[in-house]
Write a protein that binds this ligand. Sequence first.
Ligand code: SAM
Length: 350
Amino acid sequence: MTAVPLGLPAVPGPHAARPDVPGLVDRFGRVATDLRVSLTDRCNLRCTYCMPAEGLDWMPGGEMLTDDELNRLIRIAVVRLGVTNVRFTGGEPTLRKGIERIIAAAAALTPRPRISMTTNGIGLARRAEALAAAGLDRINVSLDTVRRDRYAEITRRDRLSDVLEGLAGAQEAGLTPVKVNAVLLRGVNDDEAVPLLRFCLDHGYHLRFIEQMPLDPQHGWDRAAMVTADEILATLGERFALSPSTAPRGAAPAERWLVDGGPADVGVIGSVTKPFCGDCDRTRLTADGALRSCLFSQTETDLRAPLRAGADDAEIAEMWRSAMWAKLAGHTINEAGFAQPLRPMSAIGG
Ligand code: SAM
């Protein structure tokens, strides 16, 4: 019998008592230091695998955290809970009015966190410099195809040129390394692994492929149709010499491969077929103030209500610690009885 690593954490066990430490520890020995903050559930694209053409029922304005509330929660995470990396996402984070002020508030914290953003890149050509000046360090741009017709088909918007300009603008503004995230969909863009990598190599962008996960509101995810990490690697291996990168992976989800001897590399994130839950260091905050320990959590901790009811920073921090202590060992996509979370990716923050 061959042992198959499940990517699940092993220590110290589900019945341990929470130690009296300031950080976001869980019962499996992990420490969350990477905060994903969703700034909005809205998006200016309608990627077929992420949102229906007509959009979703957006969060009502009054339910969204205000800038002050967001800034306060980020401050608590960084100053009291040991968060060292803050990534803004959504929905489309650049749709949040005043995002530069939110970034600047995070950048003013001591210790200063590393600040990054995941965006579709639209409007970035115009905004990259201001975002960098506010304190943004790095950027991930989502791009699933380099073909204009296909981009319009997948995103239901003819905006590829905006994204390409946005990528160049980010590079120029020093939001480096500029990373590109791509999802391959069978029968749609599964022939683009090589063109996407060539494009990124030509421009000095760092490409990461991500396996499609069951997080779509239509519940249309189909394991059999998923383009797997192994398939992607096999396709790339026909055109490029790939060798495992020796750079430490840490909690990074991507397995990285040097391309043609390096230094350029390509990452493949096998969220479904090669789960990395055992190394997960994430904690997530939705735009309406729900704390999630995992993309796939079935439960959330509402921080907005206690914030608005007058809880002090120490109380909020304690709620955050308790929620993370209860983090499960791993997602259960590969187990019988798996159920998708109620919120889709765009409302959690991808
Ligand atoms: N609007 C921003 C963007 O486009 O990057 C941030 C939010 S978007 C939900 C973040 C990333 O999630 C995108 O790269 C998108 O391709 C990816 N994504 C959406 N649904 C997904 C799914 N079911 N599985 C894997 N990735 C998904």
